[in-house]
Ligand binder design. Sequence first.
Ligand code: NAI
Ligand code: MG
Length: 493
Amino acid sequence: MVTGPDIDIDATHDLYVGGEWSPAADGGRFETENPATGEPIAEVASATAADVDRAVAAARDAFPAWRDTAPDERGRIVHRIGRLVREHADELAAIESLDQGKPVSQARSDVEGAARYFEYYAGTADKLEGRSVPVGPEQVDFTLREPYGVSAQITPWNFPGNLFARGVAPALVAGNTAVVKPAEQTPLSSLRLAELCAEAGVPDGVVNVVTGFGDSAGAALSGHAGVDTLTFTGSVRTGTEIMRQAAGNVTPVTLELGGKNPAIVFPDADLDAAADWIAKGIFTNAGQVCSAADRVLVHESVREDLLDRLVERAESYELGPGRADPDMGPLASEAQFEKVRNYVDLGREEGATLAAGGGTPDREGYFVEPTVFTDVEHDMRIAREEIFGPVLSVISVADEAEALQVANDVEYGLVAGVFTSDVTRAHRLAGRLAAGNVYVNKWFGDTNQTPFGGYKQSGIGREKGLEALDSYLQTKNVAVNLADGDGADLPGA
Ligand code: NAI
Ligand code: MG
């Protein structure tokens, strides 16, 4: 058992299926580790296809009663989850920080966001209205918004608990039941959240958690005929594979697949503020954020001024284990550490200039320094591929047209930022940037209430906001005939 001032973590964890804890069918377990040290924290059950079958069956069994629970009651239960998340915020943040590596104050903010998802969607439970359609005299036509059934949620390791809430909250208020498969690197917060769901009054089987690996538990879930809708956040490669698996059952998918997001800085911008936002945008959570500020596209006339500010900020970061609440923690796993290190080497080989960082501190754990590359050319791989680490690429551009062209000329289209004091230019670019979210003079300009998702390969569908409910509700049209006769006179006959 791992203990700390504010947490006790059991040495072993089972699967949460049908309101009960049970080991994997074959007894298999895997270790989750603390990325600040590489030490194991706990052993977690490794779900097999048989366990996924069991979890989907439990969710299917629980569905009719949950669907038929009065919407206001569903809302009250989901709101109670939010309250319990708040009451356990310190504990949840400590678990996340330990298992994932992020500074505990960032984990705390993720937990706050998780509570907000439950609160926000709770309020929508009794407002999921259809509409009436005027089709003609003596006819009544209206739509109903109905849940799909079983929602599969495959989540990544960068915001584990927060993304559990982002998917489960809208799924539940809409009347679906859920099977969550957290990432194998960071299973602990999802297991604790499942307990809080039960404590809030979520009936058995409505929320299930199957911990395990992508190619076993994940693949079994995404190809399962008993899953009615699937939500995934992660890499493009895995998202593509999941779509392929889901296609076999024509299961609809909502995919959020990361980005290579541009921050465009014009000479009329407040450069100090822009540098602050961009540093926050790329170094928060050690850069393991789908909406990170990956690329700075700066007008050549202010390139040096901006670069100095970015380097100063990068060099001011203190690194340490998440629970000590440093400026930046380690990367979440050894695999991610190796990936990021390889990209730093690649940047050097491609001819970019290292302006800050680039090294790995001489200590245990998966730490990489905040890194700034300048003289980056748009066709370099470090400027086109998602690194998912604290590595910023600074590209200089000659004018607005070039900025826009470079910004849009990648396969991703998740978020984009514009830093300028010219309101006309800001709106012009907001209209032309190929991204699901545009930030003007800020970064991370998303809240629980705002729709979030990608253009191009950054995904399908939207999370957050009222738009997310579209992933959890299907529309039924009901046509009622009030007229006598055989209908030969009706519209469309
Ligand atoms: P991944 O996309 O493979 O993993 C995300 C989730 O998918 C995990 O729960 C994993 O177990 C599951 N998964 C993996 N293979 C699966 C399969 N065949 N069927 C069903 N589920 C499967 O991401 P990975 O390998 O951990 O990270 C690689 C890169 O992905 C990162 O370096 C980053 O570029 C990107 N990524 C993007 C995220 C985002 O927020 N959009 C989050 C995590 C990773
Ligand atoms: Mg871990």
